[in-house]
Design a protein around this ligand. Structure first.
Ligand code: HEM
Length: 405
């Protein structure tokens, strides 16, 4: 899906490298040293001829399930995913498990996490891959050699799966740790201020002329903490939510959200421009995620708006780049966001507003991901534009895998 900023984010992710030492340990535990790999060498030429068929078959398998079908449509350009899988399959038999191959599998694991692909689907894909490779070997390898080859094929796929699992654990652990460290850091400053001001009042209990100012500071910091706690709570809530998909009306949810935000409008007569055609503005999503997604993006747009010339435009239409998705655009007048800073804004605690919690856009992105959608921000000549992609009703088959998730 060609998204603004998606490519730079992808480049950043793909710069990470696999923990080679740990992988060398797994490789030796699985007895996948060069001698074992040599067993496969006589067949690598014939195995690689299966690459296209393998990629097509894997694609067909995941195109059957509603959730993964939407994932498949999220490739950055048409056919790229199948080409990646083909490339990976060829490298499986020809790379000799070199550093480049190990990094490729690791990075694909990191990319899958960033795309929000459920790790269980990845495990399932490795399960299909194993059956595919075993069938292929049974067809191509003479019987006396078959047992040895199958043993190595199994070990090879175990190794790839371990690599993908390692990437998954490292990526998710890194996110969890960063959020926890961030919360600790955000708590420290206001608590220090609250403690300091309370001490001053206490020390000069009888004659504290500044008591009013000190208590004002305490109050402001307490409010800041309250906002932070609320934001973290809402983030964790969405994180733990199992989406229940229904058909939702974007205009209805937008209008309700705008009503909620009315007190934050720049003036009582301010009105956003709406271009949300009712007949093609239905999506398949969970209202409990769509509401915070719209709230956070609209609130951010309102706050970023040029106060002298406030303009907010909300439009929707079926996406031409990502079939099966509705594209919603929220555009505001005002200073354009710095393209180099945009991705950081979607990470917790990166706020450009002094009183911001830094959770608004992370909540929006998480909520979009939960609905198999996405949200990105781009600079325009006159301000900023959020682009939200959400699945249209009927975008995916009716068979929902992992029911209720
Ligand atoms: C055997 C299991 C799998 C392997 C070995 C694998 C491997 C890869 C590789 C090598 C890439 C390219 C990474 C890069 O650009 O450097 C990739 C990308 C991707 N994979 Fe997988 N993958 C697997 C399973 C899945 C599954 C089950 C899904 C979804 C249902 C999936 C969805 C994607 C998507 C959406 C991309 C990004 C495509 C693009 O925009 O280019 N993958 N995968």
């Amino acid at each position: 899906m060609p998204q603004p900023n998606a490519e730079s984010e992808r480049t950043r992710l793909l710069e990470s490298t696999a923990p080679l030492e740990r992988m060398a340990y797994f490789r030796s535990e699985l007895q996948l040293q060069d001698e074992a790999m040599a067993v496969l060498a006589p067949y690598s030429e014939v195995f690689v001829t299966y690459a296209k068929d393998y990629a097509d078959q894997l694609y067909a398998k995941f195109d059957r399930f509603a959730q993964t079908q939407l994932m498949l449509h999220r490739e950055s350009s048409p056919g790229r995913l199948r080409r990646s899988w083909e490339y990976w399959f060829r490298a499986l038999w020809t790379s000799g498990l070199d550093e480049r191959f190990i990094n490729m599998v690791w990075r694909s694991g990191v990319l899958h996490v960033s795309l929000g692909i459920d790790q269980r689907f990845i495990d399932l894909a490795y399960g299909y891959t194993r059956s595919y490779c075993r069938d292929m070997a049974e067809r191509e390898v003479p019987l006396p050699e078959l047992r040895k080859v199958l043993r190595t094929v199994d070990a090879l796929l175990d190794f790839c799966m371990l690599l993908a699992t390692d990437a998954f654990i490292s990526s998710t652990q890194r996110c969890d740790t960063e959020v926890m460290m961030g919360v600790a850091h955000q708590l420290r400053n206001p608590l220090t201020v609250i403690g300091g001001n309370a001490m001053r009042i206490r020390r000069n209990r009888d004659s504290c002329a500044d008591a009013h100012d000190h208590s004002q500071v305490i109050l402001e910091e307490a409010l800041r903490l309250e906002r932070l706690v609320k934001a973290v709570g809402s983030y964790v809530n969405i994180l733990n939510q199992k989406p229940e998909f229904q058909i939702c009306s974007v205009p209805q949810l937008m209008l309700e959200t705008l009503q909620e935000l009315r007190p934050e409008y720049p003036s009582p007569d301010f009105e956003p421009e709406l271009d949300l055609a009712e007949n093609n503005a239905l999506v398949r999503g969970d209202e409990r995620c769509l509401r915070p997604l719209f709230l956070q993006t609209l609130r951010n747009s309102l706050q970023a708006m040029d106060k002298a010339n406030p303009r907010l435009r909300i439009a929707s239409r079926p996406s031409t780049a990502t079939r099966g998705f509705l594209q919603i655009e929220i555009e505001n007048s005002g200073p354009a966001p710095d393209p180099d800073m945009i991705e950081a804004l979607f990470e917790p605690f990166h706020s450009i507003r002094p009183m911001g919690t830094g959770f608004g856009l992370p909540i929006a992105r998480l909520a979009a991901k939960k609905c198999m959608g996405s949200v990105t921000l781009t600079a325009t000549p006159h301000g900023g534009r959020y682009t939200i992609l959400l699945a249209l009703p009927g975008a995916a088959g009716e068979s929902v895998f992992f029911a209720g998730e």
